[in-house]
Design a protein around this ligand. Structure first.
Ligand SMILES: [Zn+2]
Length: 719
């Protein structure tokens, strides 16, 4: 991930999930748009999308009360479609079974796309009540399809048919995927076990919702008020402004630090007030662990037990083994092996970093021992002393909107895309803007890109990509729709929003996911775009981060917000020299969380007390006392808000090995804009979706398997 010249910022990727409307493919054997629904239907969530670009989501017509009836009606419709396929009297064929399933579920796809957008960006109390009610119902619905015996028999027949060999590679892949997913979801179990499995899935869905809503409640509800100028000591103007804006939003006097990462991290980096740093740090790391009504500990215990039980039912030793079966890593043991190989040198680096910080503190006569709430603060000062690099010097060159133009330009160079603002598309909130994407040469319509950059109440923290309509050809040509979402604190009106180097990297990262969706060139919706293995999906996005620091982008788009002058070479050189600075911290805080995620899900069915487990596992690993997990268990949304990143947080590291190795293809060929390598990248990686095994796709691009050396070098763990 990232580039050869900036320090690698694993924690960004760690918080940057990719959310795909098709992530839940299995529960929505889907398709897209041919469904001829009458638009006289009174519920606008159910109708075909109307308007320009082959129809767009009716975000302007959403009312919370419409979600439940829309979801229920769409699920019903989908079940009827599935019944029809399952009970077809003709012999099962690829066309009447697999393709028919690809075409089914279009209404539900449309409804659940808007439902998931509301869930992640507009989740007020009224909506949360709907979520609590619908989560178990959606889980039960999904099981009804995967447990449909007649349907599975037909899929199995196609899978085992000698005619399968006559299908093309993509067709064979979709048959394999359907069959495997059904088996993995319990299609081969007896009736009693199927019922048990469905019970577990419904209970889990309820617990996931509870877990997320608890974290959101503590992020929304808690803050530390700063009352006097003395409380602001050390904070740069931008952090003061953001704290003042946060106070205004909550109708408070003065300034306040919200309980979110985008608020907490800058405070911990700059505040001279050690007492307040500790207070803010404690608030943040205790989310979900305060022994009150939002405490997540018992929820975690229940989730882990249910997952262990489910894995056993499905014939796997642990949840981790079940989750990794179709990943690139294949087994938890292989993922652990990679993590532990990186862990040791990373911890050694942390000890060096702490020694540097302690020396600085001692020299200043601070009379302290470095504690976790001191880490970011002293790291920043060591950076200044060692590399003469002040992050606040970089910021005036990083304007959000200029960088957005920069990523558009990169997409133009690598993929021949052109972006034009589209003003005729309804949005969920006035802050959201939409661009249409075309091929620069042919003018062919490719897709739409929605951009939702600012934090607001009801929006979950972090940054992510979402697919609203995935590319496919089963239903004819369609316009792909994707979005990027972030949580920038809105600046003063009329002034350009300045962001940090880290945030700029995240922007390129998320845009990488968007490009992965937009470049998709497949036939079957199940295989489209970002619907790839969890430990592979972060590769295209992490790769894109490299282009931020190319001279072409910096000279044209990293320009001073007042003078318009490009970022000075001297400053860029400083960034380059400090590329691996603080890499020990970044790697260890992430990797400790990834290791715990895997250990938890390899622990089998013994009852787990999250607090004790965290303590013991970290002691066993030799976790440096000065660092806390990037996500402590009671707030580990990746792992406990759904199954998708469970036993999967290692994916960021796994994908980073590939990323570091892949960028080498460009450097070896002469540079990041080499047309031939870019074409190879499009052809073998960005356009193929899940039509091919990822390891094979990578070999087609690189000519060999990825090597871990490039990653170790990038993080400065080798000499
Ligand atoms: Zn990502």
């Amino acid at each position: 991930m990232r580039d050869s010249i900036t320090r690698s910022l694993l924690f960004l990727f760690a918080s940057a999930l990719v959310v795909s409307a098709v992530a839940n493919r299995l529960s929505k054997p889907n398709g897209m748009t041919t469904q001829a629904r009458t638009n006289a239907d009174p519920n606008p969530l159910l109708t075909n999308w109307e308007g320009p670009y082959g129809g767009v989501p009716p975000f302007d017509r959403v009312q919370i009360a419409l979600f439940k009836p829309a979801l229920e009606s769409a699920m019903m419709e989908n079940l009827m479609e599935v019944e029809k396929i399952a009970n077809d009297s003709s012999a099962p064929t690829f066309e009447n079974t697999i393709v028919a399933m690809e075409r089914a579920g279009q209404t539900l796809d449309r409804v659940s796309t808007i439902y998931s957008v509301w869930g992640s960006t507009m989740a007020g109390p009224e909506f949360q009540a709907v979520q609590r009610e619908m989560a178990p119902k959606l889980a039960a619905f999904s099981d009804k399809i995967t447990q449909n015996e007649a349907l599975f028999k037909r899929i199995e027949a196609v899978y085992n048919s000698p005619n399968k060999k006559k299908l093309n590679a993509e067709q064979q892949r979709v048959v394999w995927l359907d069959y495997t997913n059904f088996v993995r979801s319990g299609a081969k179990l007896n009736q009693a076990d199927k019922a048990g499995l469905s019970q577990i899935n419904q209970q889990l869905a309820g617990l996931f919702t509870k877990f997320s809503q608890n974290v959101l409640a503590e992020e929304d509800g808690q803050f530390i008020a700063l009352k006097t100028d003395a409380d602001l000591t050390g904070l740069p103007q931008s952090v003061r402004d953001a704290a003042a804006a946060a106070a205004t939003t909550r109708k408070q006097e003065g300034w306040l630090i919200s309980n979110t990462r985008s608020s907490v991290d800058p405070f911990l980096t700059y505040s001279d007030r050690r007492d307040l740093r500790e207070k803010v740090w404690r608030m943040f790391i205790m989310r979900g662990d305060n022994g009150d009504e939002h405490d997540n500990n018992s929820t975690i215990t229940q989730i882990l037990q249910l997952r262990a039980e489910r894995a056993k039912l499905l014939g796997f030793p642990t949840h981790a083994h079940w989750r990794l079966e179709n990943s690139m890593a294949k087994t938890p043991e292989r993922a652990m092996e990679l993590m532990l190989a990186v862990w040791k040198p990373a911890v050694a680096r942390v000890h060096e970093e702490v020694a540097d910080m302690q020396a600085l503190a001692d020299k200043e006569g601070a009379k302290i021992k470095i504690e976790p709430w001191d880490y970011r603060y002293y790291a920043e000062r060591v950076r200044k002393a060692k590399y003469d690099l002040d992050q606040n010097e970089v910021k005036p060159y990083l304007q959000l909107e200029k960088l957005r133009e920069g990523i558009f330009w990169v997409a133009g160079e690598l993929f021949n895309f052109k972006f034009t603002l589209a003003t005729n598309v309804p949005v969920a909130h006035p802050d959201i803007r939409v661009w249409q994407v075309m091929d620069k040469t042919s003018g062919k319509q490719i897709g739409l890109w929605y951009f939702d950059p600012y934090a607001r109440a009801g929006k979950r923290s972090g940054a992510w990509m979402n697919a609203y309509r995935t590319q496919e050809r089963v239903n004819g040509e369609i316009t792909t729709i994707v979005s990027n979402n972030a949580n920038f604190v809105k600046g003063k009106p009329g002034e350009p929003l300045l962001i940090s180097w880290d945030d700029a990297t995240t922007m390129f990262h998320e845009f990488g996911h968007a490009l992965h969706g937009l470049n998709s060139n497949v036939t079957y919706p199940s295989l489209s775009g970002t619907a790839v293995a969890r430990d592979y999906v972060e590769f295209p996005s992490q790769l894109m981060e490299h282009w931020l620091s190319t001279p072409e982008v910096l000279n044209k788009f990293a320009v001073h917000y007042q003078t318009g002058k490009p970022i000075p070479q001297e400053l860029v050189d400083k960034i380059k020299r400090s590329a691996t600075f603080n890499e020990g911290f970044i790697t260890v805080e992430y990797l400790a969380a990834a290791l715990l995620d895997m250990k938890l899900h390899m622990a089998g069915d013994r009852k787990i007390d999250p607090r004790a487990f965290e303590k013991e596992a970290l002691a066993e690993l030799g976790m440096p006392h000065e660092i806390v997990l990037r996500h402590r268990l009671p707030q580990f949304m990746h792992v406990f808000s759904s199954d998708s990143y469970s036993a999967g947080y290692y994916s960021y590291l796994w994908a980073d090995v590939i990323t570091a190795d892949a960028f080498g293809a460009f450097t070896e060929a002469g540079g990041p804009y080499d047309k031939k390598v870019a074409e190879r990248l499009r052809k073998n990686i960005f356009s193929v979706g899940n039509t091919i095994d990822p390891a094979e796709a990578y070999r087609n691009f690189r000519g060999r398997d990825p090597k871990v050396e490039a990653l170790m070098k990038k993080r400065g763990f080798t000499s």
